[in-house]
Design a protein around this ligand. Structure first.
Ligand SMILES: NC(=O)C1=CN([C@@H]2O[C@H](COP(=O)(O)OP(=O)(O)OC[C@H]3O[C@@H](n4cnc5c(N)ncnc54)[C@H](OP(=O)(O)O)[C@@H]3O)[C@@H](O)[C@H]2O)C=CC1
Ligand SMILES: CC(C)(CO)C(=O)C(=O)O
Length: 319
């Protein structure tokens, strides 16, 4: 296994290996790490673990690692860029502008080399090379064309041997919708409110908004033929049960980093529009999250800002 990293993460992993803290303690593992992919040659599998909006920057640099048999697994949230590939229908072959402007990702990598992944893990990077994760490590893998393929099972077995509950789905879009809906009802709202998952899914002031977004998203999922059981009470209980966890988007907001709103928000609105469905509440919440992020980032980069909204938000998030 080779880890490709940059900057502080590269230095930290080179020095200390990767560190994962869980309730049973810290697992620290040395790993071969590099900042440049040249010389490694084609890989069996590549897990891309960046934010969705970084895929376009990262993928071209991975070209030396991708041979004809290499399987690329994007471990990212949101609507995947390959959503309309490998299945038939009116929208077959189409690119999703919000996540793949101009179809650049589609052109770079044949969809047959992509393996879909839905990450049902909560994690927070607490320092370069160090991640804290409290919930079960659950992951679903599935082929974009919904077929059964030996490579999917081989990769799932490798992950299971490493302690990750990796499952194989022959209807990965159903899993994508389940996760997209979890993200859509929590990530943008977490930025607007500063709340962690336990509060987002239980606070009487926030739950009505969660319910409205859920309702809008379920209409879109149904229009795309997604099949998965949803019961509001268990949806809320499951979300709240994740605990006082900051969504990845709230972590980005608190750090002044760009938000993953294109993949987790805009792409779903784009899919909704293709089916003639409006998502008024979802749009408003996404707009508010985007505004908060813009305002905080502008304030942080202003030389005159004494107390930035980013600091206020960090206090709120930890209160
Ligand atoms: N955190 C969570 O609980 C969950 C996250 N997800 C999803 O997983 C994905 C990853 O999220 P998360 O782990 O939180 O993200 P982080 O921002 O913590 O990590 C992203 C990593 O990608 C690296 N990176 C970005 N661009 C490049 C590049 N060009 N070259 C090399 N490295 C690069 C970053 O390095 P650097 O530090 O140098 O910028 C960073 O180490 C997202 O799609 C997220 O939505 C899914 C489930 C839960
Ligand atoms: C933790 C969870 C499930 C919240 O929606 C997530 O995927 C994220 O933080 O991005």
């Amino acid at each position: 296994v080779t880890l490709l990293a940059r900057g502080d993460t590269l230095d930290a992993v080179r020095r200390d290996g990767v560190r994962l803290t869980r309730i049973d303690g810290t697992h620290q593992v040395p790993v071969q790490v590099t900042g440049v992919p040249d010389g490694l040659g084609p890989q069996d599998a590549i897990f891309i673990c960046t934010k969705a909006h970084s895929l376009g920057d990262v993928l071209p640099g991975l070209a030396p690692l991708i041979g004809p048999e290499t399987c690329v697994v994007p471990m990212v949230n949101g609507v995947p860029w390959w959503y309309f590939q490998g299945v038939s229908g009116r929208l077959q072959g189409r690119a999703i502008e919000a996540v793949d402007p101009g179809g650049g990702l589609l052109a770079m990598l044949p969809w047959q080399q992509v393996l879909g992944a839905v990450v049902l893990i909560t994690a927070e990077r607490t320092a370069p090379g160090t991640v804290h994760s409290t919930n079960p490590l659950l992951l679903v893998l599935g082929e974009p064309d919904h077929t059964e393929h030996p490579r999917t099972h081989r990769l799932a077995a490798v992950l299971r041997a490493a302690g990750i509950d990796a499952r194989v789905s022959t209807a990965i879009r159903d899993n994508v919708w389940t996760k997209v809906i979890a993200n859509l009802t929590s990530n943008p709202l977490s930025v607007v409110t500063g709340a962690t998952l336990d509060r987002l899914y239980s606070d009487p002031d926030i739950v009505p908004l969660v319910r409205k977004i859920l309702h809008e998203a379920l209409q879109v999922a149904a229009a795309y033929g997604a099949r998965f059981p949803v019961d509001l009470q268990s949806f809320l209980a499951q979300g709240a049960g994740m605990g006082a966890v900051r969504t990845s988007m709230l972590q980005d907001f608190d750090q002044g980093r760009p938000l993953e709103l294109a993949a987790i928000g805009d792409a779903i609105i784009e899919l909704a529009a293709l089916q003639g469905i409006d998502m008024p509440v979802t749009k408003d919440v996404i707009a508010l999250a985007r505004f908060r992020s813009k305002a905080a980032r502008a304030c942080a980069s202003s030389p005159h800002a004494s107390t930035t909204p980013i600091r206020v938000s960090q206090r709120e998030a930890h209160a």
